[in-house]
Ligand binder design. Structure first.
Ligand code: ACO
Length: 312
């Protein structure tokens, strides 16, 4: 089977920064509470004119450029999002149109914050089986439009943004070595976007308990499936929801603090966009190097989870 890996990365972050101090003016909260409970200091919020597809398109263009590919070389577009511009058409079709790519399949994946990993694993299958050469994977979210800005339980947590990667064949031994995907619909009620209010509703503590168990377990599982141990892991890129959850995963993998992405401080929880946004930041910072063993792991509404272990 072909080795499949990430050959280009791109991101989009809205310009407007909303700090914890700004939120103190809007709801009864404090910078101290938010930082202690979540690690978040600020988040980006997209303006009225910028929707999920706009952010996805910007991130995709940067990823194509990074991979040295023309848009027409893309064979399949998958967008992970919980905040599409419309129920129909998909964000992926809007991306296809904007990039001027004709006829290739395009679809959205709905797996909340695990969506990026679900999309990555789906795209990988098509390259491995020689169906497609290059797949564009995007995580893009505008949570600010589904957050009730008067509800302190949720509005302090989320942010907007997008991240994109190109999946292509890489040298043997590199790329995605193993994966795990999972879902447990019994926890569906713990995190949902209400069809009545249109807002995110969350039983924070239930999601927290699930996440601190699932993120370390999934991380260790993909490492095991790759025939490795936690000592082989060079870098962890977890879904960025809460610093305490990230810390739990880091400790279970016995990784040093500088071996884990923690962009949640600056981005908040950007749902399906958080892993590619964090990946990009750590690549820019030179933290992930050639041949490093990297684990990416996500969890989210559904409940869902997913992880990949890859050799960079
Ligand atoms: N400011 C001040 N107080 C607050 C705030 C706030 N922004 N939000 C809640 N509180 C209050 C609560 O009302 C509660 O008060 P009470 O005891 O009088 O009822 C108190 O703080 C403590 O609440 P807890 O639920 O115990 O707080 P906890 O330590 O669990 O932290 C948090 C809450 C941050 C939401 C945590 O549970 C968490 O991170 N959960 C996971 C959430 C998550 O990861 N969600 C994303 C999933 S990914 C996806 O699919 C989108």
């Amino acid at each position: 089977m072909k080795a499949v890996g990430i050959t280009g990365v791109g991101v989009y972050l809205p310009e407007e920064v909303v700090t914890n101090k700004d939120l103190e003016e809007m709801v009864e909260t404090s910078d101290k509470w938010i930082q202690t409970r979540t690690g978040i200091r600020e988040r980006r919020v997209a303006n009225r004119e910028t929707d999920t597809s706009d952010m996805a398109i910007s991130a995709a263009k940067q990823a194509l450029n990074d991979a040295g590919l023309a848009a027409k070389e893309i064979d399949f577009i998958i967008v992970a999002t919980a905040t599409p511009d419309h129920a129909v058409p998909s964000v992926a079709c809007l991306v296809q149109q904007a990039l001027g790519i004709e006829d290739v399949p395009a679809m959205d994946v709905s797996a909340a914050c695990s969506g990026f990993i679900y999309a990555l694993v789906t795209g990988k299958q098509f390259i491995e089986t020689n169906t497609y050469e290059h797949v564009l994977i995007i995580g893009s979210e505008k949570f600010s439009k589904i957050v009730d800005w008067t509800d302190r339980n949720t509005c302090v947590l989320f942010g907007d943004g997008a991240g994109a990667v190109i999946l292509s064949e890489v040298s043997a031994g590199k790329g995605i070595l193993s994966f795990e995907l999972g879902a447990d619909g019994r926890g569906a009620e713990h995190l949902l976007v209400s069809s009545e209010s249109g807002y995110v509703e969350m039983k924070g503590r239930e999601v927290f308990k699930f996440a601190v168990r699932q993120m370390p377990e999934s991380s260790l599982e993909v490492v095991r499936r790759a025939g490795l141990t936690n000592e082989d892991v060079d870098f962890l890129v977890p879904h960025q929801a809460n610093l305490r959850i990230i810390e739990a995963a880091r400790e279970r993998l016995s990784l040093a603090p500088d071996k884990v992405a923690a962009t949640v401080k600056w981005h908040g929880n950007t749902s399906a966009a958080s892993i590619p946004l964090a990946l990009f930041a750590e690549l820019q910072a030179g933290k992930i190097k050639d041949e490093d063993i990297v684990v990416m792991v996500g969890f989210g509404g559904g409940l869902t989870w997913g992880a990949v272990c890859l050799k960079w």
